[in-house]
Design a protein around this ligand. Structure first.
Ligand code: IDP
Ligand code: MG
Length: 155
């Protein structure tokens, strides 16, 4: 089942200079990056994106953090992409996240956990249009080296 899912690389990753290292994990896995956008989250967008957390005591801190520095919003496409991406990301509390996951390898925090990813296909369908217009998504073939060399031969 081909799916698209939303990934957000959070402000702490920009501040710590680990954005590229995180992005590379998705490329290496074989997911296709079909959308990519740097933006700053507004308080309004934070309230919409984290509507399920508005009544939590940590929400004000979460909004302050998410609006403090740029984000990188990504759309990754692939078979079972939603579940695959959540597995690569790891659990919310980065101290409990498995080694080998992004949170497990790059963070020691629950709040400043480097990355967001849609938690289900239904959530992905709601979150994608929140950050990307249809014309901001790209379709292109994922090549391996064999197919790239085959194209070279023709030129
Ligand atoms: P998720 O990002 O793993 O899907 P959610 O429960 O949807 O986790 O929470 C969204 C974000 O809110 C988390 O990634 C984290 O940044 C922040 N958050 C969640 N729980 C806590 C908490 O207990 N303390 C501080 N921040 C939290
Ligand atoms: Mg969530």
């Amino acid at each position: 089942m081909m799916e698209k899912t939303l990934i957000i690389i959070k402000p702490d990753a920009f501040q710590r200079g680990i954005v590229g290292s995180i992005l590379a994990r998705f490329e290496h896995k074989g997911l296709k990056i079909v959308g990519m956008k740097m933006l700053k989250m507004s308080p309004e967008l934070a309230k919409e994106h984290y509507a399920h957390l508005l009544d939590k005591p940590f929400y004000p801190g979460l909004e302050k953090f998410m609006t403090s520095a740029p984000l990188l919003a990504l759309v990754a496409e692939g078979q079972e992409a939603v579940e695959v991406v959540r597995k690569i990301v790891g659990v919310t509390n980065a101290r409990k996240a498995e080694a080998g996951t992004i949170r497990g390898d790059f963070s020691m925090s629950t709040g400043r956990n480097a990355i967001h990813a849609s938690d289900s296909r239904e959530t992905a369908e709601k979150e994608l249009p929140r950050f990307f217009k249809p014309e901001e998504l790209f379709d292109y073939p994922l090549n391996n080296w064999e197919s790239i060399y085959a194209e070279d031969e023709k030129e």
